[in-house]
Ligand binder design. Sequence first.
Ligand code: 5CA
Ligand code: ZN
Length: 421
Amino acid sequence: MRAWNRPDLPTLPGSAGVPRLHDTATGGLVEARPTDAARLYVCGITPYDATHLGHAFTYLAFDTLQRVWRDAGVAVHYAQNVTDVDDPLLERAAATGVDWRVLAAEQVELFRTDMEALAMLPPYHYVAVTEVIHEISRAVCRLWDDGLAYRVDASDALPNADGTPASDLYFDNAAAERTSPWRLGDESNLGRTEMLTLFAERGGDPDRVGKRDPLDPLLWRAAREGEPAWDTPVGSGRPGWHIECSVIALMELGADFTVQGGGSDLIFPHHDMSAGHAAALSGHPLAGVYSHAGMVAYQGTKMSKSLGNLVLVSGLRAEGADPRAIRLALLAEHYRSDWEWTSEHLVAAERRLARWQAAFGTEATPGIRDSDAVLAQMRAALAEDLDTPSALGAVDAAAAAGVTDPALVRSAIEALLGVRL
Ligand code: 5CA
Ligand code: ZN
């Protein structure tokens, strides 16, 4: 699928080191040093209400990672999915009387416009689930053949073509643990009680009768009346959520890629389960580093489409907000922190943008602070787990003093922070 246009990425003199990144699985900072090119997979949107500031915050974290890698001379292969067939999208389409395909297409287009306005680097591989249904069904078939999937009666599903009752397919976590390097909880490090709670809250069905284990995730949902379905070797139906990301990631990046990313709400079950499916299919871990952005809240709770407490990027833009200020407002928070958005964040970012324009814009006059030292400070901050608040602080201090070469700092701000003054 088409992504969006790529922003300019100036090349800076010298080069930075590869970044150290927090790894959810081990809880420590690890050097995200790829052997050849860096391979990055970031979970994309479910397109029914795009793009709120929480989405933008998560994508900005991985945009920053790519900018830091590129500054270190590392090529980046970036893949992102679009979950364009899933329960919440279908429910929203049914509730509003809009065809689910039309709703998804409209929201993906809005997301593209927002991402481009925010100068986000586009994925090279931008893949909608509906584009790869047959690849996903083949992967489910392989899991079945390998004894890692099982049937659960689905009495509310449409019967098979030969008239026999249909069933849903589930992943057998315990069998996968016996036959692959993966263990449930490797990534999330959660205990079973916590897993059961989160599984129920985040699209899982621990109480479904007929499952071998309450935490086994759905691989394939048999066709229901009025739901989209595809005819495949595993029957008529549609894929479960986690297998989609495993298959798209393996297809586009191969096994054991450099970083798997997303918001922290995806750690469990989505990323644990995606890693399980991928390990079962490839015999290798999904990724070397599991990286997660914190949650943006609004009006006291996590900003989320299902709750409706949203501040949309397009809404702020329609009110006249400068996308560069939106970007700076988000960069002012460390990517791993949970924080709450208020309009004050935007006001502060607008003031910062104006100060930076005066100090480093094309009209700026040189000052006393050594520009190379400012670049070095920005690089050092970003290389240490993408510390954007410190990088912004270094630029603020330089703006107050004035720099010997404003054009160099202007390029550094554009290349590393994605803000063109
Ligand atoms: N389509 C799935 C992933 S395969 C999905 O979670 N879609 S989403 O539209 O709900 O979220 C898209 C991305 O934004 C995910 O990486 C998610 O973790 C992140 N995200 C969602 N809400 C927030 C929030 N309030 N703060 C930070 N990140 C968020
Ligand atoms: Zn995903």
